[in-house]
Design a protein around this ligand. Structure first.
Ligand code: NI
Ligand code: MN
Length: 225
């Protein structure tokens, strides 16, 4: 499994040559201007919630690639009305896709579309594929529900928001990694806007002091599990 960071909360997972795009917000992110937007390929687009900074490019890319949008029922219905392919889920549900199993799990946040349409309740994803299991938290506060995850899954990587203000900050993400029983963290949802700028070195050090590895990828950079 390869995970490419496309800036903010946008990720491109490649599993057995299947491309799974998560929360695409690329075309309006000036920090991601070196990413060639037209080259992004997606077989699936996973959306954690309906906020602009997570769905902005979903429609254009889904249309261009014929991708299937996977999200909560309300978000998928919104795109199905526009003629796009979708697979609706809701909290606690799992589905076996051709690349692996996805579970839609709780997040504490909000989820309205930019036009005010109700976007259901926000979530995160657990993806079990290619002998690896990862958790993509989406925008969320620290929540005790995270303690449920290691009862069922042995995580190889947790992708957590660390930018504070709209989501967890670094200190809460550190506690989250303890709840999740996962020492390997990829931080996201930081630096894009003034509200969520972080001190990289201090953030990495905070995790290092607890024998945990906080990775901060440059936009466009990948890691392989
Ligand atoms: Ni949000
Ligand atoms: Mn966000």
């Amino acid at each position: 499994m390869t995970i490419q960071f496309l800036g903010h909360a946008s990720l491109l997972l490649t599993i057995d040559e299947i491309n799974i795009l998560v929360d695409p917000f690329i075309s309006a992110n000036p920090k991601a201007s070196h990413i060639v937007f037209e080259d992004i390929k997606a077989d699936y687009i996973l959306l954690t919630h309906a906020h602009q900074d997570h769905i902005l490019d979903a429609e254009v890319i889904a249309k261009r690639c014929g991708a299937t949008i996977v999200s909560n029922f309300e978000i998928v219905s919104y795109y199905q009305k526009k003629g796009l392919n979708g697979h609706p889920m809701n909290h606690g549900g799992s589905w076996e896709f051709d690349f692996g199993t996805v579970k839609y799990v709780n997040a504490i946040h909000t989820s309205s579309f930019p036009d005010g349409t109700y976007g259901g309740q926000p979530g995160g994803f657990i993806i079990k594929a290619a002998q690896k299991t990862i958790y993509i938290a989406g925008d969320t506060a620290l929540t005790y529900d995270m303690k449920l995850i290691p009862l069922q899954f042995k995580l190889d990587l947790a992708i957590l928001p660390i930018g504070d203000n709209f989501t967890m900050g670094v200190e809460d993400a550190l506690l989250a990694s303890e709840f999740l029983e996962c020492d390997k963290i990829l931080g996201y949802h930081f630096d894009t806007f003034g509200y969520i700028e972080i001190d990289h070195q201090k953030s990495v050090q905070t995790f290092f002091e607890k024998d945990k590895d906080l990775m901060l990828l440059a936009i466009g950079e990948s890691l392989t599990l």
